[in-house]
Structure formats: structure tokens, C-alpha cells
Design a binder for this molecule. Structure first.
Ligand SMILES: [Zn+2]
Ligand SMILES: [Zn+2]
Length: 330
């Protein structure tokens, strides 16, 4: 099968690899489309930040079951089912988690092997380029479910990349709250203007607050410090994006805001199978608006170029379509 594989010495290379053989409960699915995530950026070049082993990246995967013909999206995780987190229904925090495209071969390939129970059906009316959004939308839902979105809550989202836009949209669809996107490069964000207009999401360069809830949708430590500073007394901060190790440090004064204003900080990581299902329902309900946030899928060969665009700032959600390969094979 054809696959884009990350190899530590060469970076992303197109390979013809042996066919997959299912193990245990697995099915070898046909890949229909795969989303390009910012977390895949580390696979663009061979360096110490990527993995030490060869792997096929891609974890936002829309597939078809070649047996039943069913189309669906894969929950990218594989949880042990036995650890304390799994038993508490928090499979995203499994101590033995293995993620497709990170720990196991993923979706930048014609086929992918995954447990049968990881397939979550996608309605026929949802196109592939929106179905791939189920994974990032579910990550946002997981974060928003960590706090209460009480009526009239003021929510600030720091970082107006694709995730920031998703957060602002989802928060205002989940409750009667007011959300604002904050980004120092706000004037450069022309590409998402039609989405923001349709969704009535304000975007500003800076805002001093105070806010009831704030989310960091940027890996910049500065953005995190601004988030703490903008929270009002008793405010709740969600650490969604992991912080880039830039050498920048948070000062004691900045962290003391947590003490003096009794802030609540919560982390959010990944998503559960149930949240992927909830994400698909929301995508179905808001198809037209979310379409403005996702580019048409590129072809399989365009992956490195598309991924480089996604990793540069100011892009929409990107995906690649595997459909031309499947058509050739039949
Ligand atoms: Zn992702
Ligand atoms: Zn577990």
C-alpha cells in the first residue's frame, strides 16, 4: 500500500509498504480522508522533536470498513480498559494509551489497522472534509466539559488559529455565553473572516478582561500569562494547548494571580470515543458554518505541501483525500 511515512533520517517520504494484517479485534480499514493536525508539524522535518522510530502519521481518519461498507471516523486512541482512568470513563487519560499516527501507524496511508470498536459511524450527509473535524472538535468539547458554561459567562480564547475559532464557535453553541477571540495578529486573520462573520465571533488584538473563563489555544507561554492576567476573581482557565519550550518563563508575580484571585486551572488532553460521537452531532447540526473553516481536501501527493501550509499560521483546517487511490485500486 502507498503511505507517507515519517523516517527519522529522511522526514516524510512516500513509500510502497507491505499490506497490513489485522491483529486480534482489528479491522484493516480503507482510508477515505485524513486531517492534517498542527501536532503533525513535528513530522515535517527530521529532528529531535519528532519520534525516534519510523511511523505513518495521521490521527484524524475517515475510513470505510471494506467488509460492511460502513463509513466512519476512527477514535485514534487505544486504551487498556483496566487502569484507574479507564475504569472512571476517562479513556483519554489511559496510562497505557497508544494513539494512531503517534504510537502506531496512522492514516496518511491507503489503509489503517484499528480495533473494530474504534469506528464511529458518520452520517451520509457529512462530507469527508467535515468528518475529519470530529477529532479536533471532540478535543475542544473535552476542554469545554471541564468547566461549567453558565449563562452570560464571558469567555476569552487566546490564539486565533483554527482551534481558537472552533472554541469560540462551540462555546457559543453549547450555552448562552459570550466569547471573544484574542490574538496580537488579529489584523492578519483575513482567511477566517467569512467564518467569523457567519458565526458572529469577535476577534481583537488585546483585551484586558475580566473574563469568567479563558482558554489558551496557542502554545506561546506569553499567551498563557495573558490568559491568567485576564481572568477575573474566581475565574477558570483551561490549559488546552501544551506550551512550547521557548525558554520563556512564567514569573512568580504572574502565577500569584492564581492565589490572589482564587483562579481555577484545569488541563484538557485528547478526547473520548463518546466525545467523538457528540462532535459528529454538532458538525451535522452546524455543517454550513463549519464548512467555512475547512478547505477542500488535497490529493494524497499534496500532503507535505498541505501540512506545511497548516503548520504556517493563518490557514484553515486541512485534509487530504485518499479517494483517488481507492478508485485506482478498484
Ligand atoms: Zn488532531
Ligand atoms: Zn487504561
Amino acid at each position: 500500500m502507498n503511505a507517507w511515512r515519517f523516517e527519522p533520517d529522511s522526514g516524510l517520504v512516500l513509500r510502497s509498504l507491505p499490506e497490513l494484517h489485522p491483529q486480534g479485534h482489528e479491522i484493516v480499514f480503507d482510508v477515505l480522508a485524513c486531517g492534517l493536525c498542527r501536532s503533525d508539524c513535528r513530522f515535517l522535518r527530521p529532528d529531535a522533536t519528532a519520534t525516534a522510530k519510523a511511523i505513518i502519521p495521521g490521527h484524524e481518519i475517515v475510513v470505510a470498513d471494506p467488509g460492511s461498507g460502513a463509513r466512519g471516523i476512527l477514535w485514534p486512541g487505544r486504551a487498556c480498559g483496566a487502569c484507574a482512568s479507564c475504569r472512571q470513563g476517562r479513556e483519554n487519560l489511559c496510562r497505557r494509551m497508544a494513539v494512531l499516527g503517534v504510537d502506531r501507524d496512522g492514516g496518511f496511508a491507503e489503509r489503517v489497522a484499528a480495533p473494530a470498536e474504534n469506528l464511529i459511524p458518520v452520517k451520509a450527509g457529512i462530507p469527508d472534509r467535515l468528518a475529519v473535524l470530529a477529532e479536533p472538535v471532540a478535543c475542544c468539547l473535552n476542554a469545554l466539559q471541564q468547566v461549567q458554561l453558565e449563562e452570560h459567562a464571558r469567555i476569552a480564547i487566546f490564539g486565533a488559529g483554527p482551534f481558537g475559532h472552533l472554541f469560540a464557535f462551540l462555546a457559543t453553541r453549547l450555552g448562552p455565553v459570550r466569547a471573544v477571540l484574542i490574538d496580537p495578529d488579529a489584523d492578519r486573520k483575513q482567511i477566517t473572516r467569512s467564518f467569523r462573520d457567519a458565526a458572529a465571533i469577535p476577534l481583537v488584538e488585546r483585551h484586558a478582561g475580566p473574563f469568567d473563563i479563558a482558554i489558551n489555544a496557542t502554545s506561546s507561554p506569553t499567551g498563557f500569562a495573558q490568559m491568567l492576567a485576564a481572568l477575573g476573581p474566581g475565574g477558570r482557565g483551561i490549559l488546552f494547548s501544551g506550551l512550547r519550550p521557548t525558554g520563556a518563563t512564567l514569573t512568580a508575580e504572574q502565577l500569584n494571580a492564581i492565589h490572589y484571585r482564587q483562579l481555577h486551572l484545569v488541563g484538557a488532553f485528547g478526547q473520548t470515543r463518546a466525545q467523538i460521537g457528540q462532535a459528529l452531532d454538532l458538525i451535522d447540526k452546524h455543517r454550513d458554518t463549519l464548512s467555512l473553516l475547512a478547505d477542500e481536501p488535497g490529493n494524497f501527493a499534496s500532503l507535505p505541501v498541505r501540512l506545511a501550509q497548516r503548520c504556517a499560521r493563518d490557514t484553515l483546517f486541512q485534509s487530504i483525500s485518499l479517494a483517488p487511490w481507492a478508485a485506482c485500486a478498484k
